[in-house]
Design a binder for this molecule. Sequence first.
Ligand SMILES: Cc1ncc(C[n+]2csc(CCOP(=O)(O)OP(=O)(O)O)c2C)c(N)n1
Ligand SMILES: [Mg+2]
Length: 686
Amino acid sequence: MAKLGIEFDEEAQKKLDVPLGKRELYPSTGKYVAEVLREHGVTIAWGVPGGHIWHFVDAISRIGIKLVIFGHEQNAVYAAEAYSQVTQKPAVAFGTVGPGTGNAFSPMQQAFLSNTPIVFLAGGIEQEHDHLYNTIQESICAEFFTHVTKWAQRVFYPWSVKQFLTRGFRIATSAPMGPVAFELGVDCLFMKDEARDHYWGAFFPQHADWMPNWRQEETQTPISSGADPASVEKAAKAIMEAKKPFIILGDYAAWDQAGPELEEFVNLTQIPFNTRRLGRAAISEKHPLHHRGFPRFRDEFDLMIPVGLKVGFFDGYAGGWPESVQIAPCNDYVWTYVNTKASLVGNTKVVIKQLNDCIKKNGYKVSRERQEWADRCKKSMSEGTSARAAKAYKYGPDHPRYKSRDIMHHGYMSQIIREVNEELYGGAVRVSIDGYTMSDFVMPYLQFTRPASCLTANDQAGVGHGVGQAIGAAIGDLENGSRIPFLALMGDSGMFNAAMDIHVAIMYKLPIVYLVTNNCGWMPGMKFPWYGPNWDILGDQDVVGGEWLGAKMMGEERSYDNHFEKLADVFAGNGDVKGMLVNRSEKFKEALKEAYNYAEKKGPVIMNCIMDQQLVNKAVIGPVYSLMYAHIPWHELPMRGKHSRRSTLKRWFPELAKLPEMPVFDAWEPLTEQEYGYEPKMDIFK
Ligand SMILES: Cc1ncc(C[n+]2csc(CCOP(=O)(O)OP(=O)(O)O)c2C)c(N)n1
Ligand SMILES: [Mg+2]
């Protein structure tokens, strides 16, 4: 056991000549914070220290909880998010008042949207200077965090710390889960504990609603709940009677660790299932009933069963769904725009067990029609897998474009990642998805076997989270004894946003491969459908080749000469790290194996992969982007943009409907010169 600070060691205290409290602040807020964290089983705290918070940061370390210190609070909170998702434990993060909490805002927003239980400990100013803006770093994060937390509380009195934080853990871990924040201002240092004797506590010596280990041995276990038994009966009947049902496993299937119960459920009912986001591999995606996405014949579904899924933007708000049985972790996640036969609210593990018990008790059996449906979906899945592989291979080393140029296709790379993950680790590699273009190509190719294998920015749809998430997830896995490498799929923009904290991964020798799909900009492939190859629709001062204050412009992209692999040289002083540059398809497979091998044995790898800049996420030539680019005059649009607008916005703009049908391009296909009619100015992407 680690050496504890003397403030936590009563035996050592007895040996002191002068008792604690005479020459130091004792008890202190920090002591209370540290004790609450230990009581809740916290082993790691993620953050950046600062003047206002050293008192509790030091105490957290002195009680034996590991500090993982970052260079940027954003990365620390992303790490906390992923660590929580991988270990299924609430995570603790910290940042100092003002700039520290400000930097934490975006990942806190993301944790709020991803339902991640983070207890964020912030610094705060002395209240007596509120709104004078003349003290150092004035900011009141309990106010600005209100929108992105389940509870943001300012704390003034040391003796209220334990009851607030205990409630904080309970609130963060009950559905809908989410972050909570405590602003432990420096008032907590000025306000000595004995002041409590002159306060409410003098009348009621027990804290308002806190006592040590208040739920006894279950204090560290989230509180769970089950569904109404009558609804369970109704749902079970509907589920067994449906002819062509389909299940979607969402985040809470993973959060509630419902894998074994869910597997029994699909085996009992023979219902095909899809897995989404954190819910991916809540049941292994190698299960024969797993279906990637929906089958082509999705119109035939007669019952949809979302399990722990936020049915939102990315699900088209349930558009086209048939009747459904909703299984949700809380009432807030029962969606009113879904035609609902029964809604079961409770912890996923508990509710699915209720359903299984009910099905068995009633002696329900799978019908012949159901079995045929399951077989049809299995066939659709295996055909889909082969078709995806065949498509990817078309864009491999033998494709003329990739034979003649030192660039790679995202689709080919996705298939190879799948194969290498399977060959080396049986599909057990966890992946974080940063890098917008790659996110579209790679998702259908990845096959996961462990819950919480697919870490994303969730509905936040941010950039730069992958650096921190990889660190949090890798440490979470190490804590559980696994050194299977983690694959962080980064865009070059995410690297610009967050890469310096890769030094943390190196210090801790983490098995992470940071694979950068480098296309030299913030999804620069957008220029081909929407801006023109030289960013032509921008003002002259911004188009490629334009000059501004003596500098040459390059539209909205950056140089292809950013050598991320050389960050390995920058960081080498921190430990083993390997940099790799890969730009040839035929070399990618061996390179990835080499990277995994190094990561597993030594430490992080930064793989700079040079990608075909012409490729974009398929959504970019769909309705949403057409809307976002509806301001560009028709005659200035490149061909793909014209076709996309014509096919998706013709109801908005009647004149478009008068134009002849135009084909919508396959986002996988590189452009042809005829398409845009004139030459891009930068050679590499011609
Ligand atoms: C912090 C943040 N800033 C801006 C955006 C808007 N945005 C979404 S994707 C994207 C481009 C991402 O570029 P990159 O990571 O390099 O991926 P790729 O070029 O491969 O698409 C941008 C700017 C965002 N989601 N998050
Ligand atoms: Mg990019």
